[in-house]
Ligand binder design. Structure first.
Ligand SMILES: NC(=O)c1ccc[n+]([C@@H]2O[C@H](COP(=O)([O-])OP(=O)(O)OC[C@H]3O[C@@H](n4cnc5c(N)ncnc54)[C@H](O)[C@@H]3O)[C@@H](O)[C@H]2O)c1
Length: 268
């Protein structure tokens, strides 16, 4: 996969921690020309950009960007392309695992969830397309989640936002194919990052590291896969969830998850 990233300029949103940071670091280790971390957490951004520039002098740039604000995304993409001299890869990774009881969630909560997990990526795609068209190609990667294939109770917002992003991604792939602009959906698999703490829980003990997720995603992206699945759980979820032959088992499984979660036991 190394060759695919050599001399490329990449932007990773939500790049200041977790999977996004690992994606950025792995691309640098593969010989990327420049990597731009775009994030709204300035403290992490400064620290991690400094660390990456220690290992890869002059190759990393941190840009403050709240992806829910369209104007900030446009400006971030403009500055990233100016810094890199081109913009070959955009990874829309910023996101959160919004969870909660459906009845307690307001329409404002729904709008916030879509603003981050869906519109944040949409703004990125819209901003980068003219640049990729002008330079004759590029690759857009949208980080979804296994929840898009296995929608679970108490995660209606997360399931809806990531399924919507997956729908856009897979349809757009063929709309842009003949313009040499590649479009890929990727699930990281269950990964130990701060996303679990933010949701009030802990990563399961068997969660993989951000580095492992990043390597799986980047290998699939380099092969121009339509859908990269980050771990075995996501592979079986994608295979079985909408398979009519598995309907009864899936119903049993998801009902069991729902009941446990409703009793306060956070299972996946
Ligand atoms: N960790 C997992 O198990 C897992 C599983 C499936 C999907 N994902 C997806 O992977 C992606 C990365 O998550 P992670 O696990 O690395 O979590 P994380 O919390 O470590 O990283 C998310 C990053 O996004 C940034 N961010 C959040 N809101 C932002 C905004 N409005 N503008 C700019 N940046 C913003 C945060 O500051 C943080 O740096 C998310 O899209 C998440 O849904 C994660």
């Amino acid at each position: 996969m190394k060759e695919y990233y050599e001399n490329k300029v990449a932007v990773v949103t939500g790049g200041a921690s977790g999977i996004g940071l690992a994606l950025a670091e792995t691309m640098l280790s593969c010989g990327a020309k420049h990597v731009v971390l775009a994030d709204f957490n300035d403290e992490n951004l400064k620290r991690e950009t400094g660390r990456l520039n220690g290992d890869y002098p002059g190759k990393a740039l941190g840009l403050h960007c709240d992806v829910t604000r369209e104007a900030e995304v446009r400006e971030m993409i403009r500055r990233a392309a100016a810094f890199g001299g081109s913009l070959d890869i955009l990874i829309n990774n910023a996101g959160a695992g919004v969870s909660g009881v459906f009845d307690k969630q307001t329409n404002e909560d729904w709008e916030k969830a879509f603003a981050l997990n869906f519109y944040g990526a949409l703004y990125g795609i819209q901003a980068v397309l003219p640049i990729m068209r002008k330079q004759g190609g590029g690759h857009i990667v949208n980080i979804i989640s296994g929840i898009a294939f296995t929608p679970m109770a108490l995660q209606t917002m997360y399931a809806a936002t990531k399924a919507a992003l997956n729908g856009v991604t897979l349809a757009l792939r063929y709309e842009l194919w003949d313009e040499n602009i590649r479009v890929t959906s990727a699930t990281p698999g269950t990964t130990a990052t701060s996303i679990w703490k933010a949701g009030g829980g802990e990563a399961p003990p068997d969660a993989q590291s951000p580095g492992q997720s990043a390597r799986t995603i980047l290998a699939g992206v380099a092969r121009n896969e339509r859908l990269v699945l980050g771990d075995g759980g996501d592979v079986s979820g994608a295979k079985s969830c909408f398979n009519p032959d598995c309907a009864t088992e899936i119903d049993d499984y998801l009902l069991n998850v729902a009941r446990k979660r409703q009793r306060g036991e956070w299972v996946v």
